[in-house]
Design a binder for this molecule. Structure first.
Ligand code: FES
Length: 150
């Protein structure tokens, strides 16, 4: 028996069938494959931050020198004047401007209204009131730095 004959035998009208279809009671017989994901995760599984920076790449060479910094998505990664890698949210908690690392003062600065943060993200000069989110860093090898949530 064809589907149309079966439905007709049930005594359902065209309008009833469409209502059932729209409500999801009936489903199409097509077998579509879900679209493959085109997103390449750069921050590990789930929404947790977890990525590794390859310092051998020319794009990352700023981090080979004390005082250098780079942005990775919404994170600023800097190599402090003492050679320690730090990773913080790059979004100023005052009004969202991108912050930068200042080698001269060894801190994080927002050029919009002058807020400053220490290397842990704590506010050391307002108008910002809330700290920057801090991420952990570790040297995986001499040329690889891992940035992750603890
Ligand atoms: S947006 Fe950064 S201090 Fe105002």
């Amino acid at each position: 028996m064809k589907r149309s004959e079966f439905i007709r035998n049930l005594g359902l009208s065209g309008g009833t069938i469409m209502a059932l279809y729209c409500m999801g009671t009936l489903t199409s017989c097509t077998t579509e494959e879900p679209s493959p994901s085109t997103t390449t995760p750069t921050t590990g599984t789930g929404s947790k931050v977890d990525f590794t920076i390859d310092l051998s790449l020319s794009a990352n060479k700023a981090l080979l020198t004390n005082g250098g910094f780079l942005y990775f998505d919404n994170i600023i990664v800097a190599r402090s004047m003492s050679g320690t890698f730090i990773a913080l949210s790059k979004v100023c908690t005052h009004q969202g401007t991108t912050v930068e690392y200042k080698a001269a003062t060894d801190d994080i600065y927002c050029s919009n209204h002058g807020s400053r943060y220490d290397l842990t993200g704590k506010v050391i000069q307002s108008p910002a009131q809330m700290p920057l989110t801090q991420y952990k860093t570790s040297l995986v090898s001499s040329l690889q730095v891992r940035v992750y949530e603890g």
